[in-house]
Ligand binder design. Sequence first.
Ligand code: NAD
Ligand code: DAU
Length: 347
Amino acid sequence: MHSILITGGAGFIGTHLVKRMVKKYPDYKIVNLDLLTYAGNLENLRDIENAPNYTFEKGDIRDADFLQGLFVKYDFDSVIHLAAESHVDRSISNPMAFIETNIVGTVTLLNAARSHWKDLIGKKFYHISTDEVYGSLGDEGFFTEATPYDPRSPYSASKASSDMLVRAYHHTFEMPIIVSNCSNNYGPYQFPEKLIPLMIHNIKLGKTLPVYGDGLYTRDWLWVEDHAAAIDLIYHEGKIGETYNIGGNNERKNIELVHTLCDIMDELMGKAIGTSRQLITFVKDRPGHDRRYAIDASKLKHELDWEPLVDPETGLRKTAEWYLENQNWLDAVTSGAYQRYYAEHYE
Ligand code: NAD
Ligand code: DAU
């Protein structure tokens, strides 16, 4: 049985990927390894937790002995590596957590695969990364796979470092790797620290909507299930040693996006359009804030025939509806275990 280790499968993107892979490939054994930090939640995976081709393992990608045992236990054919500290603001308040998980954790995982995989035929180490490694764009242009790395936050520097280590293991040890760099994801199960779920959550509660700086920063937004579909495709058809950019072709200035969310939420909550916009407050900027990200995903389009399927209007509405219908999930992730973990690590 084809056996895949997915790391970070209880996080936002991992949830969507694990569900997709478990449902679509009943002949694959999918093992989800996750430490269940504040960002990981097994509730997300309730509908597949008893699937015969799925197993959850709680553990830390920084724990070499644990990983060695896991590779022996499951004899993985491949790894899809998503586990990470993922929030830029947290990387500014606590850079070390990002160095330890994103860099040391990735190398520990590479070492585990390398020492277990005596024969590399049919093996694959697929590393999931971000467009933030490329730095910041001006008003024009796009990031391509050839854009030089210029990371500017501790988060993006840690991801850039892990990307380079993954590629170094390919060149030095012939590790069969693939890397993809994706733009901002949105959709259900995203922790309400990131822009879109934070705004929806605050609109629900009638709290202020903190827009950093002048609000004219630009991101390229991608529906999370489109990202999961791209990962599935690249996993199966991508070329070893290659990098693929993934993007939504959907650039928005933050303030425009927040206006759109306010109006959708007003409509869904039966309020007069314009009500929630009054909650917007411009606040102190994020230090080192990257001005604009925009992805050129034409390589993925031309070589593997991928493109996003969900248009932003539909995706944002579906996201708002999901957060309105899933108050229990929001309560769970913003209290209890999350609070304790947060207090231990960040306060
Ligand atoms: P997330 O923060 O929602 O989830 C990360 C998961 O990793 C959590 O379940 C957490 O418990 C787990 N984890 C953290 N440290 C761990 C450790 N030491 N050992 C094992 N598990 C650990 O993140 P996400 O938004 O789903 O992002 C997933 C990956 O995709 C990350 O590598 C991120 O850099 C990348 N990425 C994210 C986006 C985005 O917009 N969210 C875009 C491009 C790339
Ligand atoms: O580009 C991909 C990256 O997108 C991923 O690699 C990261 O894991 C993911 O967190 C995301 O990073 P960003 O920093 O772009 O996402 P965030 O949701 O934190 O912020 C999006 C934009 O909104 C950014 O310009 C900062 C701004 N912002 C964010 C928050 C949380 C605000 O103006 N106010 C806020 O309260």
